[in-house]
Design a protein around this ligand. Structure first.
Ligand SMILES: Cc1cc2nc3c(=O)[nH]c(=O)nc-3n(C[C@H](O)[C@H](O)[C@H](O)COP(=O)(O)OP(=O)(O)OC[C@H]3O[C@@H](n4cnc5c(N)ncnc54)[C@H](O)[C@@H]3O)c2cc1C
Length: 327
């Protein structure tokens, strides 16, 4: 083995709620975890101002603040938190090989994947502007719908998730306008019917977003166009929700791990964090197309660390399972 190759017991890829929670548990179980943060230290929550649904914060907390605290907690137990992007893996052998920034090679007894998923956006300048300002653009109705109670919102999308989110918003908001690009839904019939039968949801077919309108700080409306007639009109709205899908950050694993058609990692054994490769575990949004919440990501991060610990203990009788995990 060359000098440049490092050997670690537990490598965690990703620094969202899943990665840091896995790190807290792995570090307290004596696994000396090394965690690579990737290009978004703190993960998706660093892009949101207010988190009001994570237990333990009765007054809410900003996403960046919460993630700083999670990092601090992981470091308190001596997680080795590093900057770096995992560019390549080789899970074909007993020892799992991982490359950082195409340079550094690490050999790992266990790997916990917590690389998350990225919400897809339309890519309009005005959408990105108000997204960055935290001024009314969101890709998560469950996370942000509450801030738009009794207000009028627009949602873009036509699949099952979009219908689910539109329905969720309809319970909170005065009116939901749903923009569907084609002349029909992509969603299952039952989901589409539910939306069609909801009184305060108006569906505009063959309709796309021209521009998200605002006052420079917050969203005030959406200009839309009919893609058959090119006619434009404006819809007053304080929230603009984008529900056109997510892309799991799992491309580098596709040669080794079982992924579904969208790219989510498939749990080899439901109810665990195990993948189809022994010693490789997954947590958070990288394997979750259903819940996609910080608390569920944290929960599965815990599961992954416990599964990794048990795997190591079963493999190596000398590996001491720390009782501190359960304190
Ligand atoms: C705008 C917004 C608001 C939200 N608000 C809420 C909310 O209020 N409440 C709530 O519960 N949920 C909310 N969510 C959802 C929540 O953020 C996610 O469910 C959660 O962050 C998923 O955690 P994760 O750890 O799986 O992944 P992420 O948070 O996505 O983190 C993934 C991490 O992996 C790293 N990474 C990816 N690829 C690599 C690689 N190749 N090498 C190294 N590192 C890599 C990234 O840098 C990142 O650190 C919100 C999401 C968004 C986008």
């Amino acid at each position: 083995m060359s000098d440049t190759i490092e050997r670690v017991k537990c490598l965690i890829i990703g620094s969202g709620p899943a990665g840091y929670t896995a790190a807290i548990y792995a570090a307290r179980a004596n696994m000396k975890p090394v965690l690579y943060q990737g290009s978004q230290p703190g993960g998706q929550l660093t892009t949101t101002n207010e988190v009001e649904n994570f237990p333990g914060y009765p007054d809410g907390v900003t996403g960046p603040e919460m993630m700083m605290q999670l990092q601090k907690q992981a470091e308190r137990f001596e997680t080795d938190v590093r900057n770096g992007w995992i560019t390549k893996v080789d899970f074909s052998g007993d020892i799992h090989k991982v490359w950082v920034n195409d340079e550094k090679e690490i050999h790992c007894d266990t790997v916990i994947i917590s690389t998350g998923a990225s919400a897809k956006y339309l890519g309009l300048d005005s959408e990105q502007k108000y997204l960055k300002l935290g001024g009314g653009v969101s890709a998560c109705a469950v996370c942000d719908g509450f801030f738009y109670r009794n207000q009028e919102v627009v949602i873009v999308g036509a699949g099952d998730s979009a219908c689910e989110e539109a329905h969720y918003l309809s319970k909170l908001c005065k009116k939901v306008t749903m923009l569907v690009r084609r002349d029909e839904f992509r969603a299952s019939k039952i989901m589409a019917e539910r939306v069609k039968n909801t009184e305060n949801i108006e569906i505009l077919y063959n309709t796309e977003t021209d521009e998200v309108l605002g006052d420079g700080q917050v969203v005030t409306g959406v200009r839309v166009f009919n893609n058959q007639t090119n006619e434009k009109h404006e819809i007053p709205a304080t929230g603009f929700f984008v529900a056109i899908g997510h892309k799991p950050n799992t491309d580098i694993f596709k040669d080794y791990l079982d992924l579904d058609e969208t790219g989510y990692i498939i749990n080899a054994k439901p109810g665990t964090s195990k993948t189809n490769v022994e010693g490789v575990f997954v947590s958070g949004d990288a394997a979750d197309h259903v819940y996609r919440q910080a608390i569920t990501a944290a929960g599965t991060g815990c599961m992954a660390a416990l599964d990794a610990e048990r795997y190591l203990a079963a493999k190596d009788a000398n590996f001491e399972v720390s009782t501190s995990t359960y304190n």
